[in-house]
Every structure is written in C-alpha cells, then in structure tokens.
Design a protein around this ligand. Structure first.
Ligand SMILES: Cc1ncc(COP(=O)(O)O)c(C=O)c1O
Length: 482
C-alpha cells in the first residue's frame, strides 16, 4: 500500500489504492498526516472490510452519511456509552447512532423487554394493544392528541407533508436552508447548498440535493433562511395563499447545533395561523434532546411533530403526532398513510419501554448536565489559545464550531473552519473517542448511560490535541452528505 503522504483517497471512496493525491507540506500538515497514518495503522481490518464492501455496495456504505474520511470504521459491538470496532479498538461514543441511542447501546432494560417481545412474534399484520400504550406515552410527553406510527424519519416527514396538503388543500411547503428532513424527495432541496448556487441570502433558491430530483418539484418548495424573521415573514406573505406547511428542525441539527431565535419561532406560529398553513416541527432529532421535545423549551406548539430516532431506543420507529383535528383526516380515500411495518409489536414495545422506563425526566436531566459539563470543558481548554470557536448546546447535544461567531443559519455555518474540525475528529478517534456524529454538520449526543467518567476521559483526550488545534489546517469545504 502506498504510504507516502496518504491523507485522502480520491473522493475517499472509489479507489482505495489510489492515494497521495494531496501532498502536504509544513507543520500542521505533518501533524495531520501523523494522525491519518496512525488511523491507517490501527484500522487495518476496517480498511480491508471497506475494500470488499465497495465491490458490493455503492461507496461501501448503506447510507451516504456514513461515508467518512478517510474510510468508514466497521464496528462489532456496542455497550452503554461505548463502541468497539472490528480491529478491537474501544471508543467512548458520542455519535450514539446519530442521536438514535439516547438510551445507550443495548440498555439492559430495553434488551429484556425486546427479548420477551421477540418470543411472541415481531409482526402480526394486525393491530396490537401495545401501540395504545406507546401512543399514550407520546401524547402525554409531547402534548399531542393523536399519533400514527411509521418506521423512519424520512417516511414520517413524507406523510406529514401529505397530511398538511390534504388538510389545507394547498401545495407549497416552506423549508429552511441547511435543514434536513430525511431523504424525502419533496424536501431534498437546499440541504447543503453551496453559496455560489444558493442565490441571495434572504431569498434562497431551491437547490436539489443531487441528481434524480425532477425540476418540476421546485414548484412545491419555497426556501427561506433560518432565524431570519423579516425575510421569512416576507416570503410567507408573498406565497401565503399557496403554502400548505412550514417545516423546520426547531433546533437545526444538520448544521451542527443552531439555537433558534425565540421571536423567529413565535412569528412562524403567528404567521402559519394567519395564512392557514400547518406548522410542522421535525423533531426526529430534538425529541430525544429535551424530555418533552422542543416545545418544552420554546413554548410554541406546532400542529404536527415528527418524532423518530431516540423514541425507539435503537429500534427503527417514527411517529407523526399532532392535533386530532389534523390527524383525523387520515383514512382510505381521504389522506393515505400505510406501511407493513407501521406499529409493529417490536417497535411498540421499544417505544413503551424507552419512553416509559429509560428516558425519564431525571435520566435526561442528568445527561443534559453532562452535556453542559462537556461543553464547558471544551471551552475552558480552548480559551486563551487565540482560537475562534463556539460551543452551542441544546439539551443533551452540542457541537464545537470553529467560527468567528456562533452560527445562526446555514450561510453562517459555512464560514466555520472545517479543516480544524477534521483534525479534531480524526485526532479524537485516534484517542478512543467518537466525539460527535461524523461531519462538521453533526453534534454530540450524551446518552443516559454516559457518566462523569466518560466526560472526564473525553476532555483528557482533547487536552492532548488542543495545543495543535490553533494551527492552520488544510481548508476543507462542507460537502453534500446525503
Ligand atoms: C431532522 C431529521 N429529520 C428526518 C431525518 C430522517 O430520519 P431517518 O434517517 O430515520 O429517515 C433525519 C435523519 O437524520 C433528521 O436529522
């Protein structure tokens, strides 16, 4: 294998033997190269596995988001706050299944419940009583009246738009630049647009996320800038008659962590009421960051909430939850919603035990405190190093943003130093910590199985790399990840 200056594979994907395309010179480059070299040396089995995988699967991964630099790590075991890879390396995990595992890996309480469930079949093809318990837990916790279960976040946002369109009789949907709502065709616009194609900041152009999205679908979408109250209000005035729904991640978590401006969220509620549009919070991530989801913090109730990831404790399940006025329009010949795996007993048992017994208010509060401790630790270690950084925290998640100001929207997020982030990520991996989801647009998730010990050990690893973080690492761009 070529070893000289191996930093990235070409597109770090197709050709694992084609290397050395970036020849690095100078101190920061040497430091980065050392980290990559160490990574190659200690992840031999992952590399070999990935070489086989690319023959079988496009890019060797089953979700584009899992294509990571310089090649994906393959894992074999997860337990509590830890993951072990196929080379036998153990990591403190803060990706936690992209936020799906607030309950921790293989939480014993959930495992016991699922084992007894599996012994009594995992799919009936008919209704089962457990779904009532799961729906009640969701309604109590998230302040909703009715629930329909699906399997993934992508499906749930797709159905939610149909419900909103069916209910209002209107077509267009307003979404925000940088927000991701799954690989739902309707919303695969302006997920990670490049500034030169994204149009004016206050009137962004819809940019399809890749090929295969028909041009006519642009007719159904209006793009706005997150946290920009004035320009969003203008767009809602202009297109109000045609707008069926406004959909947003209330705390956007596909551009790091963005803290919403309260007045912005309040305006969306007022405006949706006045133009007759449905306000949808996509809480696939945020439902697991705060006990009662974003409403608990923002004080604004949307018409529909899309829940996913954390509610299943590691089993795939999503939910469309909202007012009965809205959801009671679902039905044959009215608004379609169906799915073989919807509310399967395994998923329902998982929701019941996860929400009822594991993600309790006190357990989540504890994880939030640990998240704050982690953020403070990162900030303290970077203080006085002449670094531009911010560490926004939302519930039990947070992110390091190497930016001159805390990003409030996609355009500001893009000003961050991804080169620095890239060094931080690989260097932490080499020190046994998966510090966040794999991408500067991701964030950490502290689970209810993390403890002070994992926070302290993570900060200890960070202490080791912080002297190098101030260097000018090779610039990188945020890439389309879906
Ligand atoms: C906010 C948001 N909505 C929807 C989705 C899609 O969920 P899924 O991957 O389960 O389809 C994601 C996935 O990361 C997400 O972050």
């Amino acid at each position: 294998m070529c070893t000289k200056n191996i930093i990235y594979f070409e597109h770090y994907s197709n050709y694992v033997d084609k290397c050395g395309i970036m020849v690095f010179e100078g101190r920061p480059e040497e430091i980065l190269e050392q980290e990559y070299r160490k990574f190659f040396e200690t992840h031999g089995r992952s590399l070999e596995t990935w070489k086989r995988a690319v023959q079988l699967t496009p890019l060797g991964v089953h979700s584009n988001y899992r294509l990571t630099r310089p090649f994906p790590v393959y894992f074999g075991k997860g337990e509590g706050a830890y993951l072990t890879d196929v080379d036998g390396r153990k990591y403190i995990d803060f990706n936690m299944g992209f936020g799906a595992l607030v309950s921790g890996h293989s939480n014993k309480v959930i495992v016991q419940e699922l084992i007894s469930r599996i012994e009594n079949s995992t799919i009936f093809g008919f209704e089962d009583e457990e779904s009532l318990n799961a729906a009640e837990l969701i309604n109590e916790r998230f302040g909703t009246e009715m629930v329909r279960f699906s399997t993934t976040g992508t499906e749930a946002t797709m159905h939610a738009l149909r419900i909103a369109r069916g209910y209002t009789g209107k077509t267009k949907v307003l979404k925000f630049e940088g927000c991701y709502h799954g690989s739902n065709q309707d919303l695969l616009f302006s997920v990670k647009p490049k500034p030169d194609e994204a149009g004016e900041e206050r009137r962004p152009r819809p940019v399809p996320a890749g090929l295969g999205i028909p041009d006519f679908m642009k007719q159904g979408i209006v793009i706005s800038q997150f946290n920009d109250t004035a320009s969003t209000e203008e767009l809602l005035d202009e297109y109000g008659e045609d707008i069926a729904a406004v959909i947003l991640e209330p705390f956007p978590m596909n551009m790091g962590v963005i803290i919403p401006d309260r007045e912005f969220i309040a305006m969306l509620r007022r405006k949706c009421d006045s133009i007759g549009a449905v306000l949808i919070f996509d809480e696939v991530k945020t439902c697991g960051k705060f006990y009662g989801g974003a409403e608990e913090v923002l004080g604004v109730r949307p018409d529909m909430k899309i829940l996913g990831k954390a509610i299943g404790g590691g089993i795939p399940v999503s939910a469309i939850a909202g007012s009965s006025e809205m959801l009671s329009n679902i039905g044959p010949g009215k608004i379609a919603h169906a799915g073989t795996f919807n509310s399967n007993p395994l998923a329902m048992a998982a929701v019941s035990v996860t929400l009822g017994n594991v993600l309790t208010r006190s357990a989540m509060r504890n994880a939030q405190l640990l998240s704050q401790e982690l953020a403070k630790g990162y900030s303290d270690l970077m203080a006085d190093r002449h670094l531009e950084f911010h560490v926004p925290v939302a519930g039990l998640s947070g992110a390091i943003s190497f930016n001159h100001r805390e990003p409030k929207n996609w355009r500001e997020f893009l000003k961050g130093d991804v080169g620095k982030w890239n060094y931080y990520y690989i260097a932490m991996l080499n020190r046994g910590v998966i510090p966040a989801g794999p991408g500067a647009d991701e964030q950490w998730t502290v689970s209810v199985m993390h403890s002070k010990e994992e926070i302290e050990n993570t900060l200890e690893a960070f202490k080791d790399i912080v002297p190098s973080i101030g260097m000018n690492f090779p610039l990188l761009e945020v890439e389309e990840s879906v």
